[in-house]
Structure formats: structure tokens, C-alpha cells
Design a protein around this ligand. Structure first.
Ligand SMILES: Nc1ncnc2c1ncn2[C@@H]1O[C@H](COP(=O)(O)OP(=O)(O)O)[C@@H](O)[C@H]1O
Ligand SMILES: [Mg+2]
Length: 267
């Protein structure tokens, strides 16, 4: 595989909101190929979300310092201007977060919200074309009766349905990369599995790369082709999923794996 979609080089992220700067991502190198599913695992606080936000161009606070390179199709994103980032966000890169309720606007209908990136990035589409595209996207994430869901408000849907809506919304412009940061953490176990299977199907059908961030190793094992293990802002280990699980090199990785509940290990 040499079709590199995303390349992160020597990424440092530091907070300067206290007397002493706090380095939350340290010297991170990684690459993601077209159509690949890459997992980032690690305990809470290890720097996974900061990495995801940096890649998505969402770390714009003035009290933070970032160094290194984030190349998306060779284009440098880390210090790109707002216009460049806006062009890429929601268009080439879609993002899904943990809690769909906070990302959805409670007073707007689902269809209007899923359509948002189309209004920004596809101004040439007519209203009718946008409607058709949204209906197709809702069907694509396996929501029954997409016409009905289109007219609903977020509170009228279950947590699992809302997360499907968020995925539809992130994918509406057919991005090359979907970043999913703990997309299943707020959901019941059976629903978590459904979402993972959905991401797997969408990855295969659309050849869309996925950066799947989770502290849940059993889900990562099911879904990801390759895995990066992070701890305290550092990359501890990286490799093909099978190697990470069956031949981990680092003690920290072994500890993470041994912490998976026994029942799930069988699967
Ligand atoms: N505003 C902030 N100021 C200082 N440190 C922060 C801030 N926000 C997050 N952090 C720290 O950044 C580190 C990485 O956080 P994060 O990327 O969210 O971890 P993860 O997603 O792996 O749980 C954590 O130690 C967290 O405390
Ligand atoms: Mg996080």
C-alpha cells in the first residue's frame, strides 16, 4: 500500500494555559492509506482526541502551540488558513464525535442538519437534489424510513439512530477520510457493534479511510486494519491489528490487552 492519504510528522501539541506548558501529544508520526481503517487506542487522557482534532483542523485556540506537519493528500493542514480548512472540513474529511446529542441542534429537523455540508460545499445542487442525496445518505446508514427520519427532531430518535444520523451527516459529501472519535462510547453494547459493522460496510463500499479512535480494544480489533497505541501523548507501538494483539512488543500494549474482559477476547 503506497497510496498515502494522511501523513502526520513529528506532531507536538502543547497547552500554554498554565504557568508550565503541558505537552499532550509528543512527536507523533503516523500515516493513513486510502481506504484503510486505522485505530488509535489508549486510556483516557492519552492524547487521542487532541490528535483527531488537530487532523480535523479544529484546534484553533490561541493558548495552544502545535508543531510538525499534517499532510492530507500532500497538502499541509497544520498551519493552513481558515479558507483551506473550511474547504476540507466536511468535504474531504468528515468527523463524528462521541455524543451525537451535543453535535446535533435540538431545534432543527434531522434532514436540514444532514444537509448542512451540502449547502456549504455543493452550492450548485438544487434543493431537490440535496433532498435526494440526504435521503440516500440516511438509507445508507441503515435508518428505516429515511423520509420520516428526515422530518424528525434529534430528541425523537434513539442514541443509536442519532449516531447513524451523525455518520450520514459526516459522509454526505463523500469524504476520503472519516474521523470517528469514540463514536460508540455513549451507546449500549449491541448498538456499539451495529455501528462498528456499519463503519466496516461503508469503508468497504466507498473505499473511505477511517480513523477510528477508541479506548475499547475489542471494537478496535474487530474493525481496524492497523493500530496505533498511545499513552501520555506518546505513540507506544504501531502495527497491523493481528500483530498488536497476538505479538505485542511493549508492556503497555500487553497491559491494555490483558484488561479486555475475557468474554470479549473469544470473539
Ligand atoms: N484545555 C486544556 N488545557 C490543558 N490540558 C488539556 C486541555 N484539554 C485537554 N487537556 C489534556 O490533554 C490531554 C489529552 O487529552 P485528550 O486528547 O482529550 O485525551 P483522550 O482523547 O485520549 O482521552 C489530557 O491529559 C487532558 O487533560
Ligand atoms: Mg477523547
Amino acid at each position: 500500500m503506497d497510496n498515502i492519504l494522511l501523513q502526520v510528522e513529528k506532531l507536538n501539541i502543547e497547552f500554554h494555559d498554565h504557568d508550565v506548558p503541558e505537552r499532550v501529544v509528543n512527536h507523533l508520526n503516523m500515516e493513513l492509506h486510502q481506504g484503510e481503517i486505522l485505530g488509535i487506542v489508549g486510556e483516557s487522557g492519552s492524547g487521542k482526541s487532541m490528535t483527531a482534532m488537530a487532523i480535523a483542523g479544529l484546534l484553533t485556540r490561541h493558548d495552544m502551540e502545535m508543531e510538525g506537519k499534517i499532510l492530507f493528500e500532500g497538502k499541509e493542514l497544520l498551519h493552513a488558513d481558515r479558507a483551506t480548512l473550511r474547504q476540507i472540513q466536511g468535504n474531504d474529511i468528515g468527523i463524528v464525535f462521541q455524543e451525537p446529542m451535543t453535535s446535533l441542534n435540538p431545534v432543527k429537523r434531522i434532514g436540514w442538519q444532514v444537509e448542512e455540508s451540502l449547502r456549504i460545499h455543493r452550492p450548485e445542487m438544487t434543493k431537490q437534489e440535496r433532498y435526494q442525496r440526504v435521503i440516500r445518505a440516511l438509507a445508507d446508514v441503515e435508518l428505516d424510513d429515511p423520509e420520516l427520519v428526515y422530518r424528525k427532531y434529534p430528541h425523537e430518535l434513539s442514541g443509536g439512530m442519532r449516531q447513524r444520523v451523525m455518520i450520514a451527516s459526516a459522509m454526505i459529501c463523500e469524504p476520503k477520510l472519516l474521523i470517528a472519535d469514540e463514536p460508540t462510547t455513549a451507546l449500549d453494547v449491541t448498538i456499539q457493534l451495529q455501528i462498528v459493522k456499519l463503519l466496516q460496510r461503508l469503508n468497504q463500499e466507498k473505499n473511505m479511510a477511517v480513523l477510528f479512535i477508541s479506548h475499547d480494544l475489542s471494537l478496535v480489533k474487530r474493525l481496524c486494519h492497523r493500530i496505533i497505541v498511545m499513552h501520555d501523548g506518546n505513540m507506544v507501538e504501531a502495527g497491523v491489528t493481528q500483530d498488536i494483539f497476538y505479538h505485542p512488543k511493549e508492556d503497555y500494549t500487553r497491559e491494555l490487552i490483558s484488561a479486555i474482559p475475557k468474554l470479549e477476547k473469544i470473539s
